[in-house]
Write a protein that binds this ligand. Structure first.
Ligand code: ADP
Ligand code: MG
Length: 426
């Protein structure tokens, strides 16, 4: 036992994983004694190894093992990246299981030395990105994701936590190396010459124009400042539709390795922006115009619903639980406090919507111009049709970013999308 605990880190494979898991009591307990286990590597992600481990006699009985490598998988061994990211992912998952139970996979085991986490296998769920390209509908999604956002953000913020507790929690989520990746790949490199950037050559002129736009450059720097310094709450920081697994009745958020204490609106913006990108991708995926417009309207309805439910639920839990040091109940109890508290909540929500537009806007640009493109768009076979969706994404991104301080309702964000797709014919 002691020997095993002192085993140094090694990357596991389909052969070595089973012996390793047999030595992990929390995992062994998930299977009948002596079960014949099968292993399959399924990681389609950019960063880590992901294995499904199943009972051969009862394939529904399964767990997921996720292990961090010493390098960035998408870039190869030449790009080192600290394995400590699995600690952050497991810590966030523990916090989410407490704050948003049922909206993340259950966590069964975490091995710090091996940078390996074992979790619930979501065999009845699928990655949202794929399902949206197939024009599927998820009647519970708005309710589930707005609850995830409110619970994960509010209960880790200064609105709810005492100042000392919040900062102690924040200290456990100082995630500098993954922060640095996002700082570079979201806010810096796409807008300068950097070898990993890739974009559709059919929109070279649009990409160059954005790079040469002084106003856009200045506003991207503003959003980067918020990303780097605005430690508002525990954020997932990679909450795109590839980090959401769902079906008609159930929704789970996965893959929070980029988590840290950052701006709340970054997560909200990621969800809304990915939905809009999916909406645009149907210019390439859905040839029938009536069918396309109907589904695009559905997706924009999700955007509207998520923001409105987020705002409503956040205001509700905050009003009921003004426990944090920003501000404690006794501050709001006297001398016009009720009015002042309502005004503070109102202006905070108005600010969060504008920041959602800003972070979401930058994300449109980085997805079109930077290292990591999105499958909704790249899976469009025709480069011409792709360019239609991509150019619209750039125009929407610039307007969300540049006009964010005039945004007062989610309808303003949706209107920009509608105006930018109004004239498109494919
Ligand atoms: P990475 O950090 O490398 O991006 P992800 O956490 O996104 O890895 O996982 C990669 C893929 O593995 C997901 O897209 C999904 O297909 C699958 N996967 C991850 N976690 C689970 C899970 N709990 N249940 C089922 N499949 C999962
Ligand atoms: Mg990941």
């Amino acid at each position: 036992m002691i020997l095993r605990e002192m085993m140094p880190y090694r990357a596991l494979n389909e052969k070595t994983l089973i012996a390793y898991l047999r030595g992990r009591p929390a995992v062994a307990a998930r299977f009948p004694r002596g079960a014949d286990l099968t292993v399959k590597e399924v990681g389609d992600g950019n960063l880590n190894l992901v294995f499904i481990v199943a009972n051969r006699d009862e394939p529904g009985q399964a767990v997921i093992a996720k292990q961090a490598l010493n390098y960035l998988r998408v870039a190869g061994e030449s790009w080192p990246l600290t394995r400590e990211r699995m600690r952050f992912e497991s810590q966030a998952m523990q916090a989410y299981n407490r704050l948003c139970p049922g909206l993340v996979p259950e966590i069964y085991d975490y091995d710090e030395e091996m940078s390996l986490m074992v979790m619930e296998y979501l065999g009845k769920h699928e990655i949202m990105r794929k399902a949206l390209v197939e024009r599927r509908r998820f009647p519970k999604f708005v309710d589930h994701i707005s609850t995830f956002l409110v619970n994960s953000l509010f209960y880790t913020s200064d609105f709810y936590l005492p100042g000392v507790q919040k900062k102690e929690m924040q200290a456990r989520f100082i995630n500098p190396h993954l922060n640095k990746l996002q700082e570079d790949f979201v806010y810096t490199n796409p807008y300068i010459t950097s070898q990993e950037n890739r974009w559709n050559p059919l929109m070279d002129a649009e990409v160059q124009a954005i790079r040469a736009d002084a106003g856009v450059k200045a506003e991207i720097a503003q959003m980067k400042a918020a990303y780097m310094t605005h430690a508002e709450a525990l954020i997932h920081a990679d909450l795109h539709t590839g980090s959401i697994m769902l079906n008609e009745t159930d929704t789970r958020v996965i893959d929070p390795e980029f988590c840290y204490f950052g701006p709340m609106a970054y997560d909200v913006g990621a969800v809304l922006q990915n939905l809009v990108l999916n909406c645009l991708s149907h210019f390439g995926h859905t040839a029938d115009r009536a069918q396309r417009e109907e589904y695009q309207e559905y997706v924009l309805g999700l955007v509207r619903g998520i923001w409105n439910e987020f705002a409503r639920k956040l205001d509700g839990v905050w009003k009921e639980n003004p426990r944090g040091d920003l501000m404690p109940p006794r501050y709001w109890e006297s001398n016009g406090g009720t009015e002042a508290f309502a005004a503070f909540r109102r202006t905070t929500l108005a600010r969060l919507l504008q920041e959602t537009a800003g972070h979401g806007g930058v994300k449109f640009l980085r997805r079109m111009m930077g290292i990591v493109n999105v499958w909704d768009i790249t899976s469009i076979p025709s480069m011409e049709k792709r360019a239609v969706a991509e150019k619209a994404a750039l125009r929407i991104g610039v307007r969300w970013l540049m006009d964010r301080n005039r945004v007062t309702s989610v309808e303003d964000l949706i209107r920009v999308v509608k105006e930018e797709i109004a004239g498109i014919s494919v």
